[in-house]
Design a protein around this ligand. Sequence first.
Ligand code: ING
Length: 311
Amino acid sequence: MPRYLTIAAAQSGPISRTASRAETVARLVEQMRDARSRGAELIVFTECALTAFFPHWWIDDEAELDSWFERDFPSPATQPLFDAAAELGIGFCLGYAEIAFEAGRKRRFNTSVLVDQTGRIVGKYRKLHLPGHEDHRPHNPFQNLEKRYFEVGNLPLGTWRTLGGIVGMCICNDRRWPETFRMLGLGGAELVLVGYNTPDHIPEHPEMDHLVDFHNRLCLQAGAYQNGCWVVGVAKAGTEEGVSQMGQTSIIAPSGEAVAMSSTLGDELVIHRCDLDLVKPYKEYIWNFARNRRPEFYGPITDQADATPPQ
Ligand code: ING
């Protein structure tokens, strides 16, 4: 019996650093309305979907840095997203920069929330794998200062029963680490939602530039196939404040096949009716974790290079 969930991957074109939250939220709500009118029950926005990707530039004023973050979520500026979810009956996943006051201090995270079709937050995740650097590198055409602006997340790679399935989230660089998808797979994820801001130039390693699109597909498709889950990858695309970013927003089936992909570098909805039960042959036969995995033999990690081979 097919268990369909129609998903809209909402690729975002560039967001100006001068755009107000209200302008950007209105843009996202318009995508929600468009997605719902085309049958979507879930819309997936990208990483840091409310603002330009500010880790691309040096900020040494705390007040300016804080202006890129959400202290309250929802806030009056972002409440329209939740109102639209409840009005239209569409869930959403959204990445944003979060300020939280925990353990008696202000903390900053690169965060993603999962909201159901009633507008209720059902899940939250904070990015674990922070790429880039803490130092200012003025000789680079742009920065990646996530290690400076965000703390490593302090929430698990969770999965939640909602929207008729088991859903997990990760954020951008997380998708490059196989542990991410495996932990979500072990958590039973049938659907993994991931937004990304990925430049098509790597200042430290320009020899990889021509592989940016391939590496994105490799990570998403391998993650889907090796854990028998659907994967929705959503780009902030186009040239944003001088930084050219890849698109390639896509929906990947548990087979690892890309069933839908964007063809622009702007705001674009990529919609597919996903049968969540397509995970079954992979989870129950190809990757039967309970019967076929052997964690008891995965370690300890030792340097076998100089070991004497068994006689
Ligand atoms: N961006 C990039 C990403 O992981 C990156 C950083 C690009 C790392 C290319 C390695 C290679 O897609 C974010 N925001 O993590």
